[in-house]
Design a binder for this molecule. Structure first.
Ligand SMILES: Nc1ncnc2c1ncn2[C@@H]1O[C@H](COP(=O)(O)OP(=O)(O)OP(=O)(O)O)[C@@H](O)[C@H]1O
Length: 258
């Protein structure tokens, strides 16, 4: 098989049933190219978090295959960064130490102490939270914790980046600023990325493709191409015809599938 055909994240007939017999995810098939970014929207309970958790290796079992560049995603070579809905920060560690520890665990040989300190500072600054470095997570607002979790996920330089509604706790203005910052960071370090959101606009602003999950688990997700909008300058996207047309298209799919 050519390396091109097997490159990226391949989700093959993934199905997840929880222990109580609850079908959380019907059959999902998806190919996400290496260094690509797709957004996912879907009704509550449609299995978005379950999909990310399966890829992150947090589920005891699932049916189907999860491959990265032809090997299991759970292979040691693939480093997965997850920003879960509850942020996943260690409450007994400062913001700085949360990031430092993640870097140390994932890349034990990754540079000198001084280099690490510089990187931590850079990531915190890029997310606009350098002044929070010495604070503990529980003393931060939800939005601040989300930014720390995103900084931490980027800081480990993951192969695959999974984000579960990372901007849900932010006000509209901060959210829009963070979308731009996120995209700039992503373009500089383009991990293969799945980004779950409840916000149609956000899905269009950030994804090369948009995956619309159905409410009926047995139905297949709809995958919409969004390369035209993605290719625009971020600040021009919202006012473009393509953005408007994409919004209409997604709403149509939502009306049919939700
Ligand atoms: N640990 C669990 N045990 C049993 N059922 C679960 C568990 N976690 C999730 N489920 C069920 O699996 C289905 C999918 O849940 P999931 O959290 O993946 O949905 P979601 O699309 O992320 O929802 P939301 O948008 O509300 O976050 C739901 O019906 C949910 O009740």
């Amino acid at each position: 098989m050519s390396s091109l055909r097997s490159s990226g994240l391949r989700i093959k007939e993934l199905q997840v049933e929880y222990k109580n017999g609850q079908l959380a995810l019907g059959q999902v098939n998806l190919d996400l190219p290496q260094h690509g970014i797709y957004t996912i929207i879907g009704p509550s309970g449609s299995g978005k978090s379950t999909l990310l958790r399966a890829i992150a290796g947090l589920l005891p079992g699932y049916q189907g295959e999860l491959l990265f560049n032809g090997k299991s995603v759970h292979d040691k070579e693939t480093l997965i960064g997850l920003v879960p809905q509850n942020y996943g920060l260690l409450p007994w560690k400062t913001v700085h130490d949360n990031i430092r520890m993640a870097m140390k665990i994932t890349r034990p040989a990754g540079g000198s102490k001084q280099e690490r300190e510089t990187q931590i500072h850079q990531w915190l600054t890029s997310m606009g939270i350098s002044e929070l470095s010495g604070r503990y997570p529980l003393s931060l607002s939800g939005g601040q914790q989300q930014r720390v979790a995103i900084a931490r996920a980027f800081a480990i330089l993951p192969t695959i980046l999974l984000l579960d509604e990372p901007f849900s706790a932010l006000d509209v203005i901060t959210r829009e600023a963070l979308q731009q910052i996120f995209l700039d960071n992503w373009l500089a370090h383009p991990a293969t990325t799945l980004f779950v959101t409840h916000d149609v606009e956000e899905a269009i602003l950030l994804g090369q493709k948009i995956i619309v999950m159905p409410s009926v688990k047995q139905e297949t997700p709809e995958i919409l191409d969004n390369t035209a909008v993605f290719a625009m300058k971020h600040e021009d996207k919202r006012d473009s015809n393509e953005f408007f047309e994409q919004t209409k298209q997604i709403r149509k799919v939502m009306q049919e599938k939700w």
